[in-house]
Design a protein around this ligand. Structure first.
Ligand SMILES: Cc1cc2nc3c(=O)[nH]c(=O)nc-3n(C[C@H](O)[C@H](O)[C@H](O)COP(=O)(O)O)c2cc1C
Length: 383
């Protein structure tokens, strides 16, 4: 009971701190704030004393593990909220040679790799593609504060799987005990054989270096690129690709690392039903619903940028409902991880009532601060 009171006061302190720093963060653009945060993380990751402090803060901020531990998608989690892909994903590069040179030079190419797991627990790193991507130019992140909504067209900026894996390999002894790795197919590649090769090579890049995440997520839903994610999300394509990846993981690591898949919002009921059947058939252990929703960007309505946060919530909720209804009807052994506007106990519980087994969040960091997940769980037990 005392521990709960302590945790509640720490998350209240976090809330107060966030209210104080908010004007500073919100004075600049969303993009400037994001870049500032990444600059700080880049340095803070290397400070062992701070890392210990963050871990201590996590230990007292979240509800006791005994009450919140869950097993989802073949992974034991200390609590049911996971930081979604796209926050700890690394910077972009023009080529693998350039990215590997940065790794060799000792640059922290994945800011937050150490700090975010220390602070919030489970984190999904990535998305990583087989080759590095520099991402889209110009303004690529926006926030709509009054609507607690974000928008982005980062365009899958990342250092590429080989450099990301090499970087994490350099830090093997200090890797967090619990993290996932999100892999995206190379945008604009249509050849199914090439897509499979790229995805398998990406996964192999990590495992071959002894970097073993608790789960891999296959991101079938990348908006904001030159790709049409819908094309990756047909039942046949999902069955083919997921089957190949699960078989690879069975052979390469005896199935000890589960595969999750991330899907888009606003697919048809039939498409979600077909995808769920394909996941069950191939041995995918969890589906993350959903990625962001394409909508005209604030600066140029002819270009799309993915909506996250409150404006995504109803769409993600509908996706979870469709996935859950077919899972129940067919007893598919696939867990559902909700993602889309989890920012308070109400949105979190809406997902739970719709059938979600756990949830991921991203925009909550913007609107509730770094300990958003702890605050959501604390507000849940101390209304
Ligand atoms: C700036 C930004 C970058 C993102 N990058 C990725 C990514 O690389 N891979 C991915 O699967 N999702 C990515 N996402 C989507 C989030 O993981 C999440 O699905 C989405 O934001 C919805 O969650 P939210 O409503 O809590 O923000 C990104 C989101 C944002 C805001």
């Amino acid at each position: 009971m005392r521990r709960q009171a302590l945790a509640a006061s720490i998350t209240a302190a976090n809330a107060a701190l966030y209210q104080l720093t908010r004007p500073m963060i919100y004075a600049g653009s969303a993009q400037a704030a994001h870049e500032n945060v990444l600059r700080v993380l880049k340095r803070v990751d290397g400070n062992a004393w701070l890392q210990r402090s963050f871990r201590a803060l996590q230990a007292v901020s979240f509800p006791p593990e005994a009450t919140s531990r869950v097993s989802v998608g073949g992974v034991d989690l200390p609590h049911p909220l996971i930081l979604a892909a796209g926050f700890v994903k690394g910077r972009g590069f023009n080529s693998e040679a350039e990215a590997l040179a940065a790794v060799r030079a000792g640059e922290n190419i994945i800011p937050g790799w150490r700090t975010m797991p220390a602070l919030v627990g489970a984190v999904e790193f990535g998305s990583f593609t087989r080759h590095p991507r520099i991402g889209n130019a110009g303004t690529v992140i926006w926030r709509h504060t009054e609507r607690r909504t974000t928008q982005n067209r980062v365009g899958l900026k990342n250092p590429g799987a080989v450099a990301a894996a090499s970087f994490l390999y350099q830090h093997l002894p200090d890797l967090p005990s619990l993290f996932g790795v999100n892999i995206a197919p190379t945008p604009a590649v249509d050849d199914p054989a090439q897509i499979k090769t790229d995805v398998i090579d990406s996964i192999r890049a990590f495992i071959a270096r002894g970097v073993r995440p608790a789960w891999f997520t296959l991101n079938l839903s990348c908006p904001n690129t030159e790709d049409d994610p819908g094309g990756h999300q047909t039942t046949d394509h999902a069955r083919d690709l997921c089957g190949t990846v699960v078989d690879f993981l069975r052979e390469y690591v005896a199935g000890s690392i589960p595969l999750w898949v991330k899907v888009s919002p606003c697919l048809s009921a039939a498409q979600y039903h077909g995808l769920m059947a394909a996941f069950a058939e191939t041995g995918v252990q969890a589906v993350i619903a959903t990625n962001t929703l394409g909508a005209p960007s604030p600066d140029d309505p002819t270009i799309n940028a993915g909506i996250g946060g409150a404006d995504l919530h109803a769409h993600a909720l509908q996706a979870v409902r469709y996935l859950h209804e077919t899972r129940t009807a067919h007893r598919h052994p696939v867990d559902i991880i909700a993602c889309g506007g989890v920012q308070d106990p109400i949105s979190y519980h809406a997902f739970k009532s719709a059938g979600a087994d756990a949830a991921q969040y991203w925009s909550a960091l913007v609107f509730k601060g770094p300990l958003a997940a702890a605050r959501i769980l604390q507000e849940d037990i101390t209304p």
